[in-house]
Design a binder for this molecule. Structure first.
Ligand SMILES: *Cc1c(COP(=O)(O)O)cnc(C)c1O
Length: 397
């Protein structure tokens, strides 16, 4: 079959900001993707942590179909039932107070940054402007979110960044104490860093952060864009800790594969935004919200988070066994179905080798193989990924 989907045409058509795999995907089923020649690939990436239910979930498709027949877009000039239903679900789950819908992760972060500054300005302290994040973090690609992001590769050539942003060394309690002052408006945190290579924040760091919030009165913002919506076995990854964040950002899986983001806020910030302070044309699209509602109902009714916990532990055990014989594996970090394997060479090699064996894995932080399979993956399906890695590691030696 001749196809226009090749690297040459890609190069002609698009800006060169993506390093796409030379693979043209036509459709998916369950945890598998298919190419133009009907070859089947095990998907351990899920569209970068988006497709929590895999491909072809009946209830999700029906929700999208039913809502699309009613109305696809109306704007936030009107009240839309799917938004109301999804917002109340998010508030039930989080115990928080208010929701704002955006279209993406980075937009959720922008909204949370604006809200943080506005909240701080209302507190009456004129110097309270500073927004901090952690080293090795990732919060998005727009200017505000990018200014919070630590990776030099993502920043080079784009300065000047947003003023009043700063960084705290990851899990470094002394640095945390040094950086937080009465000028701190907010601290943005991924409780499990995704792009940074799957690293969890320490309990001690969280405890110190809570203490400092008591003294300095700032907002703790949980970036749950990658780790949220059940990925770590609880709905939000901060729920593995004893903490009440003031703001929570979600996106990636939230719209069941459609573009949707949200900021959820506590009572402390519930009245910060007034009419006209912030907004978006598409945010809270009714089809995306209907999909999000179906996603959440399915996560709970089919006990998918429990399943993700159990399957994640199984994968960890299987990888630990591989590590006994394959010295290329340096460390395995696993939180539900958010899994990072540190290897002793460029992880891109394993992405290419896995692709040859029709298993799709992803590399992040140079030497980390990242696994973000659909939360529905079974042990039998995950075995294929283990066998694939086993084979690659063996052939290398
Ligand atoms: C992906 C991601 C973002 C940005 O989301 P986009 O939808 O790509 O803008 C922000 N934070 C985290 C933790 C992410 O993983």
């Amino acid at each position: 079959m001749t196809s226009i989907l090749n690297k040459e045409t890609e190069h002609e058509l698009f800006f060169h900001n993506y390093a796409r795999l030379p693979l043209a995907i036509t459709h998916g089923k369950g945890v598998y993707l298919f190419d133009e020649n009907s070859n089947r690939y095990l998907d351990m990436i899920s569209g970068i942590g988006v497709n929590a239910l895999g491909y072809g979930d009946e209830r999700l498709i029906e929700a999208i179909h039913d809502q699309a027949k009613k109305i696809i877009h109306a704007s936030n000039l009107f009240m839309l039932e799917p938004q109301f239903k999804l917002a109340s679900k998010l508030l039930d789950i989080s115990g928080l107070s208010k929701v704002f819908f955006a279209n993406s992760g980075t937009e959720a972060i922008e909204a949370a940054m604006k809200l943080s500054r506005k909240w701080a300005s209302l507190s009456g302290s004129t110097g309270k402007k500073e927004i901090l994040s952690l080293s090795n973090c990732f919060h998005g690609r727009t200017y505000g979110a990018m200014s919070l992001t630590a990776k030099p590769k993502y920043l080079e050539g784009f300065d000047p960044l947003l003023p009043g942003t700063g960084s705290i060394a990851f899990n470094d309690i002394e640095d945390l104490k040094r950086k937080i002052t009465s000028n701190t408006a907010a601290v943005f945190i991924e409780f499990v860093q995704g792009e940074g290579g799957i690293h969890q924040i320490s309990r001690e760091f969280v405890e110190e952060l809570k203490k400092l919030r008591e003294t300095h009165n700032f907002l703790i913002v949980a970036d749950e864009i990658q780790a949220g919506c059940g990925r770590t076995g609880k709905f939000f990854s901060y729920m593995h800790f004893d903490i009440d964040p003031d703001l929570v950002c979600v996106a990636k899986p939230l719209g069941g594969g459609l573009p949707l983001g949200a900021v959820i806020g506590s009572r402390k910030v519930q009245d910060v935004f007034a009419a006209g302070n912030h907004g978006t044309t598409f945010g809270g699209n009714p089809v995306a919200c209907a999909a999000g509602h179906a996603l959440i109902e399915t996560l709970y009714s089919k006990k998918i988070m429990e399943h993700a916990l159990a399957t994640g532990s199984w994968i960890k055990a299987a990888l630990t066994k591989l590590a006994e014989t394959h010295t290329q594996i340096q460390e395995i970090r696993q939180y539900g179905l958010m899994i990072g394997i540190t290897v002793n060479r460029d992880a891109a090699y394993y992405v290419q080798e896995s692709l040859k064996r029709r298993v799709l894995v992803n590399a992040t932080s140079q030497n980390v193989i990242r696994l973000l399979p659909p939360l529905t993956i079974t042990v039998e399906e995950a075995q294929q990924c283990i066998d694939c890695l086993d084979e690659i590691f063996s052939e290398e030696q």
